[in-house]
Write a protein that binds this ligand. Structure first.
Ligand SMILES: [Fe+2]
Length: 240
């Protein structure tokens, strides 16, 4: 599902992308727990960090993050509560964690500039029943390119600049179509790694550490929770 920004907000966020894009090649910044020992801010090259800071400093960027959060809350209120509570708990538990945005429940963001085109993939480290939000910007003919392709659903969706789409990126194989050489397509993606949710569910430890130390009764509940994950995910996707 998707929503489009109004023209005033679009001009601001497009400027923010342009300012950041001139400072470096495509870069990204992430705050998550994928493959790490514990949740931590992703360390990155200085140039990447500079690019992120240029983008992040713009009020329009902050506004976009809050708007994405609002859209998520409107369409998936239960999931939104989970994401919000888990990020808040993690940051409270570890003061070294620095969330990307105030008022945005997603723990991670990725920026792509100029020709944001992706090959078919699933984002397998994201929460399987979760959603990722992709905001598209730039200047391109959305009838001819830039489409969001959801392979499992056999859907090709027009994705005009200024639109935000929410979809389960860990579950559905997706890509986006190329644009014409003279055009530009930027994107900003918001998501949260599934490791963050497991870490919180295990009372701030990895599966390995939890399983090594859990008493039998806790272990039984943990296994029951894992066995019921599919139904739990379906319940979380309900809108009421
Ligand atoms: Fe993706």
């Amino acid at each position: 599902m998707g929503q489009q920004l109004d023209s005033a907000n679009r001009a601001g966020i497009l400027n923010a992308f342009s300012d950041a894009a001139t400072s470096a090649a495509p870069r990204y910044f992430i705050d998550g727990a994928g493959g790490q020992v514990h949740p931590a801010n992703f360390s990155q090259l200085k140039a990447d960090e500079d690019t992120w800071n240029v983008f992040w400093a713009r009020p329009e960027t902050q506004k976009l993050a809050r708007r994405v959060d609002y859209l998520f809350k409107c369409y998936f209120p239960r999931l939104h509560s989970l994401y919000t509570n888990v990020l808040a708990d993690l940051c409270k538990n570890d003061p070294d964690l620095d969330p990307n945005f105030e008022g945005c429940c997603f723990a991670a963001s990725t920026l792509n500039f100029e020709h944001a085109v992706s090959v078919p993939h699933r984002d397998s480290k994201n929460l399987v029943c979760g959603e990722c939000a992709v905001h598209s910007e730039g200047s391109f003919d959305h009838k001819k390119g830039g489409h969001l392709i959801l392979w499992d659903l056999k859907l090709i969706v027009e994705f005009p600049p200024g639109c935000t789409a929410l979809f389960p990126s860990a579950l559905l194989r997706h890509s986006n179509a190329s644009i014409q050489a003279s055009e530009s397509c930027h994107s900003m993606t918001f998501y949260s790694a599934s490791g963050l949710f497991r870490w919180r569910h295990n009372n701030y430890m990895s599966d390995k550490d939890f399983l090594a130390g859990a008493p039998r009764e806790q272990l039984g509940k943990w296994n029951e929770h894992r066995d019921n994950l599919w139904q739990t995910g379906l319940d979380l996707l309900q809108s009421l």
